[in-house]
Design a protein around this ligand. Sequence first.
Ligand SMILES: Nc1ncnc2c1ncn2[C@@H]1O[C@H](COP(=O)(O)OP(=O)(O)OP(=O)(O)O)[C@@H](O)[C@H]1O
Ligand SMILES: [Mg+2]
Length: 458
Amino acid sequence: MAKEAVKYVCSECGTATPRWLGKCPGCDAFGTLVEERRAVGAGSREAAPAAAGVSMPLGEVSATEAERISTGVPELDRVLGGGLVPASLVLVGGEPGVGKSTLLLSALGAIARGGRRALLVTGEESAPQVSLRAARLGGAEGVRILAETELATVCATLEQERPDVCVIDSVQTLHASELGSAPGSVAQVREAAGRLLRVAKEAGVATILVGHVTKDGAVAGPRVLEHLVDCVLQFEGDRYHAHRVLRAAKNRFGSTNELGVFEMTGTGLVGVPDPSELFGATHPGEIGAAVGCVLEGTRPLLLEVQALVAPTDLAMPRRVGTGVDPRRLAMLVAVLGRHAGVSLASADVFVNVAGGVRIEEPGGDLAVALAIASAARGVPVLEGSASFGEIGLTGRLRPAAQAERRLDECGKLGIGTVVVPAGTPPRQRPRVASVETLRAALAAGLDTRAREPEVAAA
Ligand SMILES: Nc1ncnc2c1ncn2[C@@H]1O[C@H](COP(=O)(O)OP(=O)(O)OP(=O)(O)O)[C@@H](O)[C@H]1O
Ligand SMILES: [Mg+2]
């Protein structure tokens, strides 16, 4: 007689344990273990003897680079590595309301207009709701729609209709009734992804799965989902900002360094082909604003960093950063005070990165420090200048990776002077101001003509 095996699986990381525990031993999350039952016994599939497969030399495998399917959204194509690969499985994650459904519906519309079959499986919204969005975006009349959450029905439809591209919105709503657990649970999501992967490869359907994300921004559900799919795209950006950033966290068919930037408008997401022009724009002479050149993957991007330094009576002054790591910000404030003579002990410091982009790379340190120093001293940064470089705890600057590419980007956008750590190769355009310490960087990067410089004298 078949007996049931019970295990407990973490819904965050997929760790399985034989007993229920309050805290997951894999990711230390609390209350995430859920029961998973599976029948094992004499008649189960594992027990059946398998026929041997036949291997062959790799040289004899015939493979032609399949023509990629353009999604009609150039920024999305770029992040995918030049378009959607037929029969691949792509996972798109993003916070609620960031615009996943909007982006994918526009892509499906363009694919359908190009004469390919495009199918949208919606489990979250009803067909009339999607049609309202389609009317707003325009041009999506040729997209076929299926409002369904039963996994078996979805797979059967894909096998029968064999669309070229299918979007599942979202994978967490799919439900395999034989599993018994709730939709969105680890077992369900894993089963759905596994079955859809098989159908995608067998029926030649390029499948895009929409996935929810956890509080930390990782795709919800087990990590196995990320291993299973060919490509994981993350759609980021503040819901309340107009700009959204799409990046690849994993791509089996292209580089993960590409970045797509979009602007949310009433008629859908519009690609921003040159984000540096948008995010790096400053007003000359403005106090507390500095332009930094940071790497997003290997793509250099100019960003405006703004800072506000305000006197405070609080015993513990506030250091608030939007788009910068708070710990990094606290460190920069301390280094500025200790090594560059910018005392911020009785001031609140607010830092914001324009456009809702996040600086996740130490090369952005110098721009943040310059913006804070500019705000604290009341002098603007040098007109038409940018900076990059990592700041160490000793106040010394460390060279940043890929300096050449950053300088190229600065040159492309007409930046005159770039303040960089010593050791960066000099060049004519843009002019490079090499500095060794943060103190010297402030002297080189701030436009102190308006006021007597405290730093240059020191
Ligand atoms: N009429 C409109 N004009 C401008 N922007 C709009 C309009 N309607 C919706 N939006 C934008 O679209 C966003 C919602 O997009 P969408 O439904 O594609 O997000 P989603 O990522 O699919 O969210 P969810 O995870 O909830 O499904 C809203 O946050 C809003 O910014
Ligand atoms: Mg949606």
